[in-house]
Design a protein around this ligand. Structure first.
Ligand code: CUA
Length: 339
């Protein structure tokens, strides 16, 4: 068990680029992120110039300050000789500060209005529920015939708006995919909506942006933006029930899965497993990452995760599963078949 734990801990040292996806608020791939970047540039420019002006004023004040030595007689003059031009400078600086603050205020309001004006007539509807510490995504939630659920990976079509209804199952989280849109909090008991559009294909990494407990940092997700055809193909695949086991090993793995504790929390469409408190595994093998974009989705990482999730994400709800090697191999074969 100790060597397994060591292996799992070693996985934490993975370089970030082992996990696909860019996360860069300065490289917008859609109109929402572009509006926010414009505001960011304006704020950086104004605050940068003000900062330099304050430092220059401080430097001048220090340079002009009278220097006293041991021989200088004490200055007993009352302080009533205010310099007229000093008053002008201070008054001017106050007026300029007020004007600049109003510029920032107006720019913020304009950005907010621009963000709210994204047309969403033909939007893809996604219901995103935050859990400690993963993301549950339900597509077409209003149409039971088409509904499907996945986790930690959203797929969207390029050029089409997406409207996301945000919910939280436990504490306050925040949904943020910097290349696509601004932060939006998920509040328990409330549904809040946000909308965005990707104008370039790519894999964009999102990160929970509100401290939500021990594993807040390991609560990420990927947004995969592809062509409308790629999106339609993905949706069609996701709506299908899980693949049936095709080999004796996979069959044995399905038994391990269904007879163990897995179905108490996980669902696999087309089997008796319909737990709802953990990620839906119907198409687990089609996803790029495991454990909310913590690990690349490869068999060795899946094995480490199943055996000792606590070593990878201490505090998660999933318990250790000390399976005998034979059962673990079978279970892996089954889970890897869930494409
Ligand atoms: Cu969820 Cu931080």
């Amino acid at each position: 068990m100790n060597s397994l734990r060591a292996a799992a801990v070693a996985l934490l040292e993975l370089p970030l680029d082992a996990l696909a996806g860019v996360q860069d608020a300065l490289a917008p791939s859609g109109p929402q992120a572009a509006h926010i970047l414009e505001l960011w540039h304006l704020m950086l420019g104004i605050c940068g110039v003000v900062y330099i002006a304050v430092l220059v004023a401080l430097g001048i004040a220090l340079w002009r300050a009278p220097r006293a030595s041991a021989q200088t007689p004490p200055d007993t003059e009352p302080l009533h000789t205010a310099e007229a031009h000093l008053r002008r400078w201070v008054g001017g600086a106050i007026a300029l500060s007020v004007i600049l603050l109003f510029v920032l205020l107006i720019a913020s309001v304009r950005t907010d209005r621009a963000l709210a004006s994204l047309p969403t007539a033909d939007a893809v509807e996604i219901q995103l529920t935050a859990h400690q510490w993963w993301w549950e995504a339900t597509y077409d939630a209003s149409d039971p015939g088409k509904r499907f659920t996945t986790a930690n990976e959203l797929h969207i079509p390029v050029g089409q708006p997406v409207r996301v209804a945000l919910k939280s199952q436990d504490v306050i989280h925040s949904f943020w995919v910097p290349n696509l849109h601004g932060k939006k909090d998920l509040i328990p008991g409330h549904t809040i909506t946000t909308a965005f559009r990707a104008d370039a294909p790519g894999i964009y990494r999102g990160q929970c942006a509100e401290f939500c407990g021990y594993q807040h940092a390991k609560m990420a997700l990927l947004v995969v933006a592809g062509s409308p055809q790629q999106y339609a193909d993905w949706v069609a695949r996701q709506r299908q029930p899980a693949n049936a086991p095709r080999s004796a090993l996979q069959q044995r793995g399905q038994q391990v899965f269904l007879r163990g504790t897995c179905p108490m929390c996980h669902a696999v469409l087309g089997t008796d497993a319909n737990g709802e408190s953990a990620p839906d595994l119907t198409h687990l093998a089609s996803r790029r990452t495991l454990a909310a974009a913590t690990l690349p989705n490869r068999p060795e990482h899946l094995a480490a995760w199943i055996i000792d999730p606590q070593a990878i994400k201490p505090g998660v709800n999933m318990p250790q599963n000390p399976l005998p090697p034979e059962a673990l191999q079978a279970l892996l074969a089954y889970l890897e078949s869930l494409t």
